[in-house]
Design a protein around this ligand. Structure first.
Ligand code: FES
Ligand code: FES
Length: 237
C-alpha cells in the first residue's frame, strides 16, 4: 500500500482531504451567502420545478407555469398553441423559428421564455390585422415565395424585421458604402440574400422569397411565373 494511503504519523489521503475541506469551508460559505437572492427566486418554483412567467404575445398577456429551461419556441408551440413558428433544427441553424421580440428578429429556439418578460413578442399569427394580411405576407403569396411552407413563417418574420432594419439605415456585410446604407427602393437582390441568409429554405424557393421582399420594399419585382414561362418556351424552341 502506498504511504499516502496509510494512517499513523503520516498524513493519510482521507485526513488530507478532511483538512482541505475544512480550510475551504470559509471560502465556500461566502458565495453561498451571496447567492441568497437567487435562492429566494428558486423558492418560487412549484413542486414540479415550474415558475410563473408573464409573456406579451401578439398583444395579449399570457401567464405560463413553465420550467426555467423552456425555450420561447416551446412555450409558444407547446404551451400557447401558437404553432406557426416552426421547429426546424432547434439549434439556431435554420431560422424556421424566427419571431420578433421588441421588433428585432430572434431565433426562438435559442431564447429562454423566462427571459422575455416585459418584452413584446410577435409571431406569424400576430402579423395580419384581422382578415387583412401584412404586406409581407401578401407579397409572399403574390410571388410564390414558398413551396412546402415550413420555413415560411420564419422567412416572413425575418423579412418584416429586415425591412425595418433598412428603414433604420442598418448596413449589411455586402453594403458597399457603409456611410450610405441602401434605401428600400434600391435594396438589391444581393442585399436581400445576405440579410436573409439566416433563414434556410429546403425547397429552395429563394427566387420567390427575394421577389416578395422586393415587392414589400415598394419595388417592382420580376414575375417569377413569367420568368419560368420564358425559360420553358426558350428551352422548347
Ligand atoms: S429551429 Fe430555431 S434556428 Fe432552426
Ligand atoms: S418552402 Fe419548403 S422549406 Fe421553404
Amino acid at each position: 500500500m502506498p504511504d499516502n494511503e496509510k494512517g499513523g504519523g503520516k498524513t493519510s489521503r482521507r485526513g488530507f482531504l478532511g483538512q482541505a475541506l475544512t480550510a475551504a469551508g470559509t471560502a465556500i460559505a461566502a458565495p453561498t451567502l451571496l447567492n441568497q437572492a437567487s435562492m429566494a427566486k428558486e423558492a418560487t418554483q412549484n413542486s414540479q420545478g415550474e415558475i410563473t412567467v408573464k409573456l406579451t404575445v401578439n398583444g395579449e398577456q399570457q401567464t405560463l407555469n413553465i420550467e426555467p429551461r423552456v425555450t420561447l419556441l416551446d412555450a409558444l408551440r407547446e404551451h400557447l398553441g401558437l404553432v406557426g413558428s416552426k421547429k426546424g433544427c432547434d439549434h439556431g441553424q435554420c431560422g424556421a423559428c424566427t419571431v420578433l421580440i421588441d421588433g428585432e428578429r430572434v431565433y426562438s429556439c435559442l431564447a429562454l421564455a423566462v427571459m422575455q418578460e416585459d418584452k413584446k413578442i410577435v409571431t406569424i399569427e400576430g402579423l395580419a390585422k384581422g382578415d387583412t394580411l401584412h404586406p409581407v405576407q401578401a407579397a409572399f403569396i403574390d410571388n410564390d415565395g414558398f413551396q412546402c411552407g415550413y420555413c415560411t413563417p420564419g422567412q416572413i418574420c425575418a423579412s418584416v424585421a429586415l425591412l425595418d432594419e433598412v428603414k433604420r439605415g442598418c448596413a449589411s456585410v455586402v453594403t458597399a458604402d457603409l456611410t450610405r446604407p441602401p434605401q428600400l427602393a434600391e435594396l438589391s437582390e444581393k442585399e436581400i440574400k445576405e440579410r436573409l441568409s439566416g433563414n434556410l429554405c429546403r425547397c429552395s424557393a429563394y427566387n420567390g422569397i427575394v421577389a416578395a421582399v422586393q415587392q414589400a420594399a415598394g419595388q417592382t419585382p420580376p414575375s417569377a411565373v413569367a420568368d419560368v414561362m420564358v425559360r420553358e418556351s426558350g428551352e422548347r424552341t
